[in-house]
Design a protein. Structure first.
Lengths: 108, 117
């Protein structure tokens, strides 16, 4: 089973700042990685597939990068609606699909 | 495009529950459907996947032998029959669609399952 490790667990940032979230895979997954955003009381929402392909309706301030085992999600000019949980997911070797444990963005 | 789960509730350990996922707004038979659960305050765990024609079915080790996934393409619905439920099955259960071996691009709102005596 491929383990995804996200860091940091919590990020305290101010609106307008730029943040980078990390996701590391326990083995090679090429670019078979997705990113999701989840707000309290809501289902996860797809942000990216193939590590860097933005899903429909996702603002350009969100960007994804990486391949192999190291991946990043960058959010520029943080807006109030961006404070949420973020999860990465691999679909390179499944079953099982696996998710990272998440990074929580909180307001400083 | 919508997925709507139902069937959650409170059940005693060892009991059974059947979750449903109703799809609308897209060609149901073009997609696999997955169940993903989330313990309150915790992360996401993939539970099960069923292919468009039900030819391929997979389960997480944690539920294998206790849960059964099925689908009715005539009714655009997927079901998760859960038996021998345990306290650690307590979670929010989401259904989510995916093309095989791909991300989950549409999710339902979820249904809560609580296993407690």
């Amino acid at each position: 089973e491929i383990v995804l490790t996200q860091s940091p667990a919590t990020l305290s940032v101010s609106p307008g700042e730029t943040v980078t979230l990390s996701c590391r895979a326990s083995q090679f997954i090429n670019t078979n990685l997705g990113w999701y955003q989840q707000k309290p009381g809501q289902a996860p929402r797809l942000l990216f597939k193939s590590a860097s392909a933005r899903a429909t309706g996702i603002p350009a301030r969100f960007s994804g990068s990486g391949s192999g085992t190291e991946f990043t999600l960058t959010i520029s000019s943080l807006q109030s609606e961006d404070f949420a949980m973020y999860y990465c997911q691999q679909y390179h070797d499944w079953p099982p699909y696996t998710f990272g444990q998440g990074t929580k963005l909180v307001v400083k | 495009v919508q997925l709507v789960e139902s069937g959650g509730g409170l059940v005693k350990p060892g009991g059974s529950l059947r979750l449903s996922c109703a799809a609308s707004g897209f060609t149901f038979t073009d997609f696999n459907i997955n169940w993903v659960r989330q313990t309150p305050g915790k992360g996401l765990e993939w539970v099960s996947s069923i292919s468009s024609s039900s030819s391929y079915i997979f389960y997480a080790d944690s539920v294998k032998g206790r849960f059964t996934i099925s689908r009715d393409n005539a009714k655009n619905s997927v079901f998760l029959q859960m038996s021998r439920l345990r306290a650690d099955d307590t979670a929010f259960y989401y259904c989510a669609r995916a093309i095989s071996g791909d991300v989950f691009d549409v999710w339902g709102h979820g249904t809560m399952v609580a296993v407690s005596s």
